[in-house]
Design a protein around this ligand. Structure first.
Ligand code: 5GP
Ligand code: MN
Length: 341
């Protein structure tokens, strides 16, 4: 059995918010990943099955390998259709903040969400959520926001209303946030949840192929280039670093999502427990920082101390205001100074 982890009061409040309202806007963080899209679309399908109007609004583009998700055709992109999205946010009865813990993670959409009169509900698994919602379901100990969504639906007695389409979205989020069940909290109960998703006849192998065996030629060549030419290994520190400039991304016909997962690869090396990826943002003059670790090395503390970021123990991120060279310098110094893995 999947245990209920929520308080009775919270579930009752959520039930009342859903029953008593009509127009739902579901939002996720900028640079949406599998869990961000899976949780917003999964929740949208569930609400639609209850007869509600539910619209997914995302801050900006998402990768092509997620475009198969049922309902993705109806997603409204804020960066493209700001006016329409702004109206929907202003008119919504309920806004759900899915897979993010602070308004800063939704870029310019944040100010509009803050101003909106809607009831705001947070559904997330990132640490230290800001208090910008009326009801908050924040569970950093869970694998993914999709897992939180599934558990909420169960707690509200809504499993029968979960369609195959909803389950495909939720499965995709769990699968991507755990690297196909290879890291993060893959608990016994998570496998029970997977089994309940499979009861709705989702095809998990098809979903795997859609997400992980669907790369462009450019992406694969970029991977080869990065590993052969760009990866630096620091054996003493049990660490590796990959860097990428805008120019290099252009050379490989860079598309949104093409660098996703690159930061995990160096961890496949024997003796490497900490991996960092620094890349120039494709639009803004800022360096994006992704950090991954194995074991107890606290990526989130490293991100917070040197790169104005945070996240989970083994997966975190941040940014650096300056040049790529500058960020590399900060990383090298940090590596000397920070306790080794
Ligand atoms: P990614 O490397 O995939 O961009 O981010 C991995 C994780 O790091 C995210 O799921 C999120 O928890 C965290 N993260 C990324 N960027 C930031 C940031 O700027 N601030 C904070 N607090 N966390 C971040
Ligand atoms: Mn997530």
């Amino acid at each position: 059995m999947i245990k209920n982890i929520f308080s009775k009061t919270d579930i009752e409040r959520l039930g009342q918010v859903i029953d008593g309202n009509k127009m739902f806007v579901l939002t996720c963080h900028a640079g949406p990943d599998g869990d961000a899209l899976g949780s917003t679309l999964g929740m949208a399908h569930y609400l639609q099955a209850l007869g509600k109007e539910a619209v997914v609004i995302v801050p900006d583009a998402y990768p092509d390998f997620l475009a198969w998700m049922p309902g993705s055709q109806e997603i409204v992109r804020f960066d493209k259709y700001g006016e329409k999205a702004g109206l929907m946010i202003a008119m919504a009865d309920v806004i759900m903040a899915m897979d993010y813990n602070a308004l800063s993670r939704v870029d310019d959409m944040g100010a509009l969400i803050e101003k909106a009169k809607a009831v705001k509900v947070l559904v997330d698994h990132h640490l230290h959520p800001d208090a910008f919602c009326d009801i908050s379901f924040s569970y950093p100990q869970l694998s993914s926001t999709c897992e939180v969504v599934f558990r909420l639906v169960m707690a509200m007695g809504g499993y029968d209303r979960l369609t195959k389409q909803a389950c495909e979205c939720l499965y995709a989020g769990v699968m991507t946030d755990t690297g196909n069940f290879s890291y993060g909290p893959c608990t016994q109960e998570l496998y029970l949840i997977v089994s309940m998703l499979m009861q709705k006849e989702i095809n998990k192998d098809r979903i795997y192929n859609k997400v992980f065996n669907n790369y462009s030629e450019g992406r694969l060549r970029l991977m080869g280039y990065v590993l052969y030419e760009k990866m630096r290994v620091f054996p003493e520190e049990h660490a590796a670093l990959i860097t990428l400039s805008r120019e290099e991304m252009k050379r490989f016909d860079f598309n949104k999502g093409d660098t996703e997962g690159l930061v995990n690869i160096p961890l496949q090396m024997k003796g490497i427990y900490f991996s960092a990826f620094l890349r120039e943002d494709t639009e803004k003059d800022v360096i994006r920082v992704s950090l991954r670790s194995q074991g107890t090395f606290p990526c989130n503390k490293f991100a917070a101390k040197y790169f104005n970021g945070g996240g989970h123990l083994n997966a975190s991120g941040g940014q650096y205001d300056g040049t790529l060279q500058g960020a590399i310098g900060v990383f090298e110094e940090a590596l000397k100074e920070f306790p080794r893995p």
